[in-house]
Design a protein around this ligand. Structure first.
Ligand code: 6PG
Length: 268
């Protein structure tokens, strides 16, 4: 696994949020390798400290290759899957066999390939009515998160081109939710229902990892990381974990518009 290049400090003054850690890697393969190392580090530490690791996975296309890598690890490198509780940050409201299903993607890339006990998989039932699926998932998390001190050990997040993360989209009421752990949300822009964990759940996590790849995301990455204060315009900027700053792992395409610390300090 690659060791990260010098961490970059995003452009912009020290904001009202904890300054995120940003690492940029040359290629998507390098991003996946680095993210895999970081995830394994967190999983092993969690299991060592509490005997279990609770993980919330992101959906979309970016993490697919990373998930495949994690599932293909040799027995000597693989984590103790029996100690991992695999959950989801959000879900599209479709059945598991639908190509859009985040659970369906994770089932194909990880669950079907590793010795994960069925009881350790906590999916959002996309085939159910959204509000019922949200309530059922909240109850499932209510039984699972106490295993790791009422919080996720790691939440994996992606970034949409409008600054959304999980299914926390700009302009949706769920951004203001402070009590519930899981909400159903109708996304006008996409004309779809989603179910998502809420910001309090994400911000209580011990570790939050953003994975962003491709030059198509470079502008939204620049806007989000340059924001000096949490702005609902970019929900990803509302992710401000109490324990430690979010860790952004980018490839060179996604990080192409970020000022590096060296440029700022003139150390070329
Ligand atoms: C989802 C994700 C969502 C995703 C971003 C980026 O269900 O779509 O949870 O937040 O991470 O939209 O998606 P890509 O990785 O496909 O660009």
């Amino acid at each position: 696994m690659l060791s990260p290049p010098a961490s970059l400090t995003p452009a912009g003054e020290a904001g009202k949020v904890m300054r995120p850690r940003v690492d940029i890697y040359p290629s998507k393969a390098d991003l996946e390798s680095a993210a895999g190392s970081e995830i394994l580090r967190i999983v092993r530490l969690s299991i060592r400290e509490r005997g279990v690791c609770t993980l919330a996975l992101s959906g979309g296309e970016t993490p697919r290759g990373l998930y495949r890598r994690l599932a293909a690890l040799h027995p000597g490198e693989a984590p103790d899957w029996s100690r991992i509780h695999l959950c989801f940050g959000d879900e599209r409201m479709v059945p598991p066999d639908d190509p859009e299903s985040n659970y369906g993607m994770v089932r194909h890339e990880i669950i079907s390939r590793v010795p994960l006990p069925a009881g350790n998989v906590h999916r959002i039932r996309g085939e159910r009515p959204p509000e019922i699926a949200a309530a059922e998932y909240a109850a499932d998390l209510g039984r699972t998160l106490p295993l790791s001190g009422e919080r996720f050990d790691l939440v994996l997040l992606g970034l949409g081109d409008d600054g959304h993360t999980a299914s926390l989209f700009p302009g949706t009421d769920v951004l203001r939710e402070r009590e519930k752990s899981v909400c159903a949300v109708y996304v006008e822009r996409l004309s779809v229902w989603r179910v998502t964990v809420t910001l309090p759940v994400i911000n209580r996590a011990r570790n939050v990892l953003f994975l962003v790849s491709g030059s198509g995301k470079k502008e939204i990455v620049r806007k989000v990381l340059a924001s000096v204060s949490p702005a609902a315009e970019f929900p990803a900027m509302l992710v401000n974990p109490s324990d430690s700053p979010p860790h952004w792992i980018l490839d060179s395409g996604a990080g192409a518009s970020i000022q590096t610390g060296t440029e700022e300090s003139g150390n070329q």
